[in-house]
Design a protein around this ligand. Structure first.
Ligand SMILES: O=C1C[C@@](O)(C(=O)O)C[C@@H](O)[C@@H]1O
Length: 248
């Protein structure tokens, strides 16, 4: 791996998993309430993610910009990730690839995000070189893949992580659903096999069964774990203070 990866002022490295919480409010008022909670729980949060797909007016650009201004004013130097999670990968947004790409370009152009999440499955339909262009503009790229149905075989998961690196991601992310403890162990195996390779990894086994994967990043090699301020943005997330206390 090359030089130290930074999200804003936060270093991202194997062995020191960072804690991220999502802003997943549906309205401006709900996001403002989340920001209040963030202020109370700031000590436990390294990174924030704005799950734009959860905001019902995500397609209204002036309003989106307004909410972004409110968020930026409240979070200080805490780095912010832009994520528009599509329905196919467990999110709320149903949108065309064109609109998805416009959103990514908007996020990049604002200069307000430390990183942008891009879904691996959509990359072939996006403009070639989009990841590198976003990176050249100074924003990091997280290429992600979610499987809410099941946990694929270990080699398939390693390949998915590798595909993120091939797409020139700064971070490659995989979240899968387990149906057994062995599935959880498989995700951890894939994580550890890929960790320390070309780019840092974020790996998550979702649901109650997979909760342990959110606690052991220092063991699995996952550089980031997602917790909740209150409402969860994915199954199995722990409340952020509880997460901070249980991680090792
Ligand atoms: O990709 C991820 C991880 C996640 O799905 C989780 O399982 O915690 C939560 C999402 O908000 C985030 O974008």
């Amino acid at each position: 791996m090359g030089e130290q990866l930074m999200l804003g002022q936060v270093s991202i490295k194997e062995g020191t998993p960072r804690r991220c919480v999502s802003l997943s409010g549906a309205t401006t008022a709900a996001i403002a309430a989340e920001l209040k909670l963030f202020k109370q729980k700031k000590a436990f949060v390294d990174v924030l993610e704005w799950r734009v797909d959860c905001f019902v007016e995500w397609s209204n650009e002036p309003l989106r910009q307004e909410v972004l201004t409110i968020i930026k004013a409240a979070i200080g130097t805490t780095p912010l990730i832009f994520t528009c999670r599509t329905r196919a990968e467990g999110g709320q947004a149903t949108l065309s690839t064109v609109t998805y790409e416009e959103l990514l370009q908007w996020a990049s152009a604002t200069g307000s995000f430390a990183a942008i999440d891009i879904e691996l499955a959509l990359l072939p339909q996006l403009a070639p070189g989009l990841c590198s262009r976003i990176r050249q503009q100074g924003t990091k790229v997280i290429v992600s893949h979610h499987n809410f149905e099941r946990t694929p075989p270990v080699q398939t998961m390693v390949n998915l992580l590798e595909a993120g690196a091939d797409a020139e991601a700064d971070i490659t992310k995989l979240a899968v659903m387990p149906h057994s403890k062995l599935d959880v162990l498989r995700l951890i195996e894939a994580s550890q096999r890929y960790a320390c390779q070309r780019v840092p990894v974020i790996t998550i086994s979702m649901g109650a069964l997979g909760q342990v994967s959110r606690l052991i990043g220092s063991f699995s090699g996952s550089v980031m774990t997602f917790g909740a301020l209150e409402a969860t943005s994915a199954p199995g997330q722990l409340e952020i203070e509880q997460l901070a206390r249980q991680m090792y």
